[in-house]
Ligand binder design. Structure first.
Ligand code: EPS
Length: 387
């Protein structure tokens, strides 16, 4: 992140999550309602755990916005944890208060528990899981909503849909539909999947996993439409758009793979079946592509076609029928400790990934068209279109 910078703080069962985003131009319309709409989308999806029934995530805007408009100063946000009232003793900030309840001493395979405990020297693994939890992504969605608001001003839509859960695939080709209007369709499904039959099979797969104390992962797609040509650059390794997006998406809890365009499938085809040919046409540039197998990026630069990214999310590491583990105090083999969790969070992860992609795209937008006010950014954007 070059112009937009952001940080989050907060534990899953602490008082709340905090975030700061800096570099947002002045004069952008922004209200808590813009942010809350995205926070609500993150809370949905078949297979979520009990926590989502407790929380009603809402953003408190502390700074950087006045009378519904950004003023150019850092925007500080808070999302309060309603669950905090049940954890005040366990998560007490001040010293004292007797031994901490709800200690975690048997790490969950696949979670940050063990490596985090070793790394930070924390015998109570709660100190690890509280921050490693995907609860933190509520703040990333809140911050991403600000980026999304900026992109909207320039006709850029960022959306997502679930492609598969537990190996059940939806054959719909969403990339051809583009991002505009996609979320309205995906959000209507309990698994954010476009195909009805596939959605029903995904729900059944989640229920079957839940029934045997297991969890499931899946694949989701993030699309962005309305992007200009020229975000990112080949000029230096850390400016390539694919790399920037992959970094952001791989930072999302549970994501183990990211593809752009044809991705891995392209490696099995010949060049003639991979690259998007150019054709003459009456548009301003005079050149069009009839396919978008590149996923909207050539040479680390946006092509102006729909950005198509796909992420693979592993199943959540907390299993009700727990995996083998070792008790950190007794050093005896034991079943992993069971914490309340989700059976499937793929639909929510897709919403979070939209936000992470929006943050990268808004940053690159400001790198190319930057300005301190929205009016300046708009003028630079208009000028780039040429006479
Ligand atoms: C999450 C909140 C958590 C989990 C989930 C995501 O709530 P709790 O731990 O209180 O049940 O539902 O966290 C994890 C999957 C994890 O591995 O920690 C949320 O707000 O998204």
């Amino acid at each position: 992140m070059k112009i937009l910078r952001y940080l989050t703080a907060g534990e899953s069962h602490g008082r709340g999550l905090a975030g700061i985003i800096e570099g947002v131009p002045a004069g952008l319309a922004l209200t808590a309602a813009h942010i809350d709409a995205q926070l609500a989308r993150r809370q949905l999806g078949h297979g979520r755990g009990g926590r989502m029934k407790i929380e009603r995530d809402r953003a408190d805007i502390l700074s950087g916005v006045r009378r519904g408009e950004t003023i150019g100063s850092p925007i500080a946000l808070l999302v309060w944890n309603r669950d905090w009232k049940n954890w005040e003793k366990a998560m007490r900030v001040e010293p004292g208060g007797g031994p901490a309840p709800r200690a975690v001493v048997v790490p969950r395979p696949g979670h940050a528990d063990l490596v985090g405990g070793v790394k930070y020297g924390r015998p109570d693994l709660r100190d690890v899981l509280e921050r490693a939890s995907a609860r933190e992504t509520a703040m990333r969605v809140a911050l991403g909503s600000v980026a999304r608001r900026l992109l909207e001003e320039f006709g850029v839509s960022v959306a997502s849909r679930v492609v598969s859960i537990a190996g059940v695939e939806d054959p719909t080709d969403a990339a051809r539909l583009g991002a505009k209007g996609l979320n309205a369709r995906a959000d209507a499904s309990p698994v954010r999947c476009l195909g009805r039959e596939a959605a029903a099979a995904m729900v059944a797969a989640i229920d079957a996993a839940a029934g045997s104390g297991d969890t499931v992962g899946g694949v989701f797609e993030v699309l962005a439409s309305g992007l200009p040509v020229g975000l990112g650059s080949y000029a230096q390794w850390d400016r390539r758009l694919e790399g920037l997006l992959a970094h952001a998406l791989m930072s999302l809890n549970g994501v183990k793979g990211v593809e752009a365009g044809l991705g891995f499938a392209g490696s099995r085809r010949r060049g003639s079946e991979v690259h998007d040919g150019f054709f003459r046409d009456k548009t301003r540039s005079g050149i069009v592509r009839r396919t978008n197998r590149s996923g909207g990026i050539d040479g680390g630069i946006s092509t102006g076609e729909t950005l198509v990214l796909r992420c693979a999310m592993k199943p959540i590491a907390t299993l009700l029928a727990p995996l083998p583990s070792v008790h950190l105090k007794t050093r005896k083999e034991a079943k992993a400790q069971v914490e309340r969790s989700d059976v499937c969070a793929v639909p929510a992860a897709a919403v979070i990934a939209e936000s992470l992609a929006a943050l990268v795209l808004a940053d690159e937008f400001l790198v190319k068209f930057g300005g301190d006010s929205l009016a300046e950014v708009r003028a630079h954007h208009e000028a780039s279109k040429g006479p």
